[in-house]
Write a protein that binds this ligand. Sequence first.
Ligand code: GLU
Length: 416
Amino acid sequence: MSTARTPLDEAREQLSDAIKALGYDAGMFDMLATPRRETTVSIPLRRDDGTIELLVGHRVQHNLTRGPAKGGLRFSPDVDLDEVRALAMWMTWKCALVDVPYGGAKGGVNIDPPQLLPRRLERVTRRYTSEIMPIIGPERDIPAPDIGTDEQTMAWMMDTFSTAQGHTVLGVVTGKPVSLGGSLGRASATSRGVAIVADAALERLGIEPDQATAVVQGFGKVGRGAARFLAESGVKVIAVSDQYGAIHSPDGLDVPAVEAHVDECGTVVGFAGADALDNDVMIQLECTLLIPAAVEGVIHEGNADGVRATIIVEGANGPTTAAADRILEHKGVTIVPDILANAGGVIVSYFEWVQANQAYWWSESEVEERLEQRMRAAWRDVIKYSQARTMSLRSAATCLAVERVAEAHVVRGLYP
Ligand code: GLU
């Protein structure tokens, strides 16, 4: 983070703007700014030398009004309760915007997975799952992968939960391995969704994919696939990065070759046929599409003015601060906001949960077709809303989502 403001400050500012634009009162702001439930747990672990180490984990259920809570589990040394609260709030808006019947949640454990042996990672996952057991379940709260977690993590969570229940409960998490009730197409869903809205945004501005260039920040679960799908559609991917550094080739990177290099070396750095570049410099490269696909707050007041992209497609959650948003809007940059751009993951998580609950599995092409339909429908909804009210895509997406959640609150009424 390059500013003192936290992701929660950014999320609350976006909500506050939406509440004003929608004409709701302070009570509605308070209700939607505050998580319904927060659980903080201790995760005691015995080290190999017999001593005890205590980790801290969180699960925040921001909203439960439109259905069970839904959202990822993050393992990262940057995790803190405020970050989890912000990410949970964004999940609420994301689920409402793409109209899946969930509220938003997020979980986090403050650890650095690459530093841990798989055995320890499994113990952390299982103990965390057991600690949050009373609040999760297919009808309560359904975790999924996020930064630092993957389908193996979900398999351990599902196994821990199921063992305690005495029977297999496939619907308790999504993003599971396909061999264990995962959905075909889930692993690539977020990336595919990013590429779908990037394509829609190019089309709206009258730019052919083969005339476009892309810069992708982050080469993990989201950025890697997004770079591949964009390259397949004819976009020239001129730079990609990960936490170790960036690589740049003005003539376009051979994305499958970069992927092979990453599989071998664990980083994009050192890829032959590209120049090394500083991560900060990369964000300011001239390009058609800038895709931040890593962490929060990477486009901020300090570098937004230097951004020379036509369109930003937010693969990450919260990559642009509110101050940067204002600068970029003034510069005329189109921002496809995170709650729309990276919603492909939770859309296919929803498909996975539906399939698990029905014990009936769809083909990969069915999943991909339905994902594209939902992404394009949400895109059209946001465009229509922004045109009708002369709003940025971010404001339109947030207002539309907040309106849907607020309406659900109003029609349910307040108990007692
Ligand atoms: N962690 C992903 C996100 O931020 C996926 C959440 C889910 O599938 O529940 O959208």
